[in-house]
Design a binder for this molecule. Structure first.
Ligand code: ATR
Length: 292
């Protein structure tokens, strides 16, 4: 429970929701209500379980009434097809996670792309052009990461996935010649990377194996795990034990939420209040000292 004052909800309050299934574990309500309160805006944010059938009317009704929200698993691709004004990030990834109304149209963005970019910048302490990245996974999360990395000038990406064909497909679709696919981890024994990014789902369960044996790679400077949980993920723990700066998925969650806030309210997000809400809701800081 937050200690701030409860905002008074009136007929003018704008309603925002995260739409997904399941949705009850989403941290977005804590994150966004803390942001609304800190910024003093008249909005409220809830979680709504929604089906294929109810997605379209919910998107439109919430947005057309002055609100909006986020879309999560399994509806991001369908939402991308439903919005009338998709951002470049939605077009590149085929996924939409943020929606609102503007000039009589249902607008959509994929703020995971900006969220990843900001998290990476914080981890590296610089603008991350011309970095060499090892990207693990070839699903939706990986697609958002690739869109962010290939939008800049020079980053070079090596894609490693359990199902190699899926990595090849993603590389063909988004690669633009700057993505190589590794057939197997053994091929990377002598390779150097600035950052390893885990965009697989490995680490969500404490029983999962590590997504990668860091000792099996030539050299790595930093680790960004998109997975997060109540405790630091095994990959982040391992990286930090080896002296590497590492960050879990909460920073990206925070940054995608901040970008969404900015789309809805047209002003900078109250990042400190959002970070605190996320730490309270998820048990501790996501970025360690020295981690950026
Ligand atoms: P998301 O949208 O979150 O990326 P996804 O599309 O289901 O989810 O993708 C999950 C990613 O984790 C995939 O890259 C998947 O590898 P496959 O393409 O081979 O399925 C990866 N993944 C899931 N479980 C895995 C496991 N046990 N070992 C290795 N990779 C795994």
């Amino acid at each position: 429970m937050t200690t701030g004052t409860v905002p008074s909800i009136t007929a003018g309050t704008r309603v925002y929701a995260v739409l997904g299934d399941p949705v009850e574990h989403s941290l977005s309500p804590q994150l966004q209500n803390a942001a609304f309160q800190a910024a003093g805006v008249d909005g409220v944010y809830v979680a709504l379980r929604c089906s294929d059938r109810t997605l379209s009317p919910l998107l439109r009704t919430l947005a057309e009434n002055g609100g909006g929200g986020n879309v999560t698993v399994p509806h991001k691709e369908r939402a991308a097809a439903l919005v009338e004004r998709p951002s470049a990030a939605v077009r590149h990834t085929g996924a939409c996670n943020t929606f609102w109304w503007e000039e009589g149209r249902l607008c959509g963005d994929n703020t995971d792309v900006e969220g990843f970019r900001e998290a990476l910048r914080l981890l590296r302490g610089t603008d991350t052009t011309e970095e060499r990245i090892l990207l693990l996974g070839a699903g939706g999360a990986s697609r958002a990461v690739l869109a962010a990395l290939l939008d800049g000038e020079g980053s070079e990406v090596v894609l490693l996935n359990r199902t190699v064909e899926r990595a090849r497909e993603l590389s063909r679709e988004l690669g633009s010649g700057r993505v190589q696919v590794a057939e197997e981890v053994g091929a990377l024994r002598r390779e150097s990377f600035d950052v390893v990014v885990n965009a697989t789902s490995l680490g969500l369960s404490p029983r999962d194996p590590l997504p990668l044996d860091l000792d099996g790679i030539g050299s790595v400077d930093a680790v960004l795990d998109l997975v997060y949980g109540p405790r630091e993920t095994a990959l982040v723990r391992k990286a930090r034990a080896s002296g590497l700066p590492a960050m879990d998925g909460r920073e990206m969650l925070l940054r995608q939420g901040a970008a969404a806030f900015e789309r809805w309210w047209g002003r900078p997000a109250p990042l400190a209040a959002m970070r605190k809400a996320l730490e309270d809701a998820s048990g501790g800081p996501g970025v360690e000292e020295g981690g950026g």
